[in-house]
Design a protein around this ligand. Structure first.
Ligand SMILES: CNc1ncnc2c1ncn2[C@@H]1O[C@H](COP(=O)(O)O)[C@@H](O)[C@H]1O
Length: 372
């Protein structure tokens, strides 16, 4: 093994200079959207309902309108105008509770939208997806939370069993901050029940202005005790970043943290000491004004120099309209990353997946043969 004088990196696969010059030539090629689409990507923080495109919501609306001409729900293309992405904490959460959940409220619309979401992630070059969703009971259609989870897991299993698909997908069940402890326990029970059908972990999400996370400590402790993986929305707003809240969330021993915006040095140090992976969502944080400033001010710039794995994610591509390939492109242009660095960023996410060794092996194979 020798040290290349150009990059001062070690080459382990061939004659030092040749290897480095090839790598450098590839790295110096510009990063464009064609490259970031082709790049195999791992998506670990995507909310199912937030990932439904406007076009898909419109198709659902059209189909419902045909069946019920007096349908009292506005056309999604009017309710969520094309190009509108400036949803902030006040307007974002009601979009689901007051609108999208009313539209996607039967088995047909859940199946149609979930299938479309899987197709869109795969078409964008995602090779491994952990989709998350909050179990939802829909009384008017006689759908229980169990029915909802079963419906989604069936679709995911069918997707994974189709060998023509290049992406594998697994499910994380979300507890909403507005839930009671009994409701959170129900989510954990469902995660346990559907583990053999592809549920790999549990999440805490929802409006960061609501709820007291201490309510859920016993539920998440139970999830941990049975070996479910845990990811939580962490310090998304100043209100959800009190010392008490962050200590409570860390006491659940989460495997990954989402957003991680308002963290003091003390918490940064704890996250690094425990090597907890961070799921960062550039466009969501900029459009929703969860950060001050723009892309180049995003805390990705800080975390990427830390020791913890950093995973770029979309959060809600249906709302913020930036697919994962666009997020990689934004990272490249705002933080001056070349092709080789983007590949390393994408590949590092393998160490953070909840599905474990079989998938890890498949993903390592994909990256080992993929040339920048
Ligand atoms: C801005 N970032 C975010 N922060 C917190 N929670 C979020 C979120 N984005 C989405 N959700 C949560 O995911 C639900 C929609 O998907 P599912 O119905 O679960 O598939 C939203 O109602 C919200 O609770």
């Amino acid at each position: 093994m020798s040290v290349c004088t150009l990059t001062r990196t070690r080459c382990c696969c061939c004659t030092a200079l040749e290897c480095c010059s090839t790598t450098m030539a590839a790295a110096s090629l510009s990063v464009d959207l064609d490259f970031t689409r082709r790049l195999p990507k791992i998506e670990l923080h995507a909310h199912l309902t937030g990932s439904i495109s406007r076009a898909c919501l419109h198709d659902i609306w059209m189909s419902q309108k045909r069946q019920q001409p007096d349908l009292a729900i506005e056309d999604p293309l009017v309710a969520i105008p094309s190009g509108k992405v400036d949803y902030d904490v006040q307007t974002f959460f009601p979009l689901f509770s007051s609108y999208i959940y009313k539209l996607c409220n039967d088995v047909a619309s859940i199946e149609f939208s979930t299938t479309a979401v899987l197709h869109e992630f795969q078409s964008d070059g995602v090779v491994y997806l952990e989709l998350r969703t909050t179990p939802r009971a829909i009384a008017e259609h006689n759908i229980s939370k169990d029915d909802y989870v079963r419906t989604v897991t069936h679709l995911l299993t069918a997707h994974n069993e189709d060998t023509s698909n290049t992406m594998r997908v697994f499910l994380i069940l979300s507890v909403d901050r507005r839930n009671t402890l009994a409701e959170a326990d129900e989510v954990i029970d469902l995660a346990i029940k559907y583990r053999s059908s592809g549920v790999v972990g549990v999440d805490l999400c929802g409006n960061p202005a609501k709820g007291d996370v201490r309510t859920f400590t016993t539920a998440f402790s139970r999830a941990k005790a049975v070996g479910l993986n845990i990811t939580v929305h962490f310090a998304e707003t100043a209100a959800s970043a009190t010392d008490q809240e962050l200590h409570t969330l860390l006491s659940w021993q989460p495997d990954r943290l989402g957003h991680v915006i308002h963290v003091k040095d003390e918490f940064r140090a704890m996250i690094e000491a425990r090597n907890i992976a961070v799921e960062l969502c550039l466009s969501c944080n900029v459009h929703a004004k969860l950060i001050t400033g723009t892309y180049s001010d995003h805390h990705f710039g800080m975390w990427r120099h830390s020791s913890v794995p950093v995973v770029l994610c979309t959060d809600d591509v249906g709302v913020f309209c930036s697919p994962l390939s666009a997020e990689y492109h934004l990272a490249a242009t705002n933080f001056d990353l070349d092709r080789r660095q983007l590949k390393q960023l994408a590949e590092r996410a393998i160490s953070c997946i909840f599905m474990g060794s079989t998938e890890g092996g498949r993903l390592r194979n994909i990256y080992s043969t993929w040339e920048v």
